[in-house]
Design a protein around this ligand. Sequence first.
Ligand SMILES: [Fe+2]
Length: 279
Amino acid sequence: MADVVKNVDSERLARILPEAIRAIHQVIESHGVTEEEWMAVLGFLTEVGKQDEFVLLSDVTKTSVLVDAISHEGETDVTPSDVEGPLYRENPPWREKPVKIYEEYEGAQKGDVLFVSGRVTSADGSPLSGAVLDIWQTGPDGGYDIWDERQPEYNFRGRFGVDEDGGYEFQTMVPKPYTIPTDGPAGRLLEASGQHPWRPAHIHFKVEAEGHELLVTQVFFPDDPYLDDDTIGAVKSSLIRPLTRHESEEESARRGLEAPFYTCEFDIALKPAMSAARA
Ligand SMILES: [Fe+2]
């Protein structure tokens, strides 16, 4: 095979690129891929680009979880990372205390209120009072704000700070399992390969604090039917947190609620930017 890379400045690119191209060539050769089939592949990738689904394609082929695992291999004493996915939106609103990341809307009644709380610390347990959390999740039905026209802009999204001791709490609603978009090329790939499009319910977190690496992760809940069969394979057992149901009318009234609610605890430990492990 002719050289596929010449005079590349980056040593790493010079090592990886020829191997990646060779891997594609080998698959084409060993299966005798035809011109028609190859043009279909190129058409598929063109559509992935046009519909902005490359992150989704990376997710459903479980490439994102592989890269996440390699990037964070051997990390201990810190909260495990998880893939970001394609549904983060830049510049979500800043939410003041008491933090509530959604507005009431038609459809919210179908869900259960949830208070998530915890502490943000460094790997050694010292509180990070300057930490900022950035949360995004689906509503109790209808999915993300961008798919659900009943929901206000940036609903179930928000950024906020923590207390002096690193403590935080925010009010949201218990998310539900949902399907990734199935009307585009990533959905067609799932269908063609006999895979369902469901993800277990989860809440996405991005947590930043000075002197620490950015943490991107997700929290899952027990007894979800898709915990063992996430279409992007992103569930880590160490990120499953129980939901506690509170039935007391007094407790609900104290929270300004008329129905039972749930709580969930999620403490977050961040990795120092210049950790001993890295040094
Ligand atoms: Fe999600």
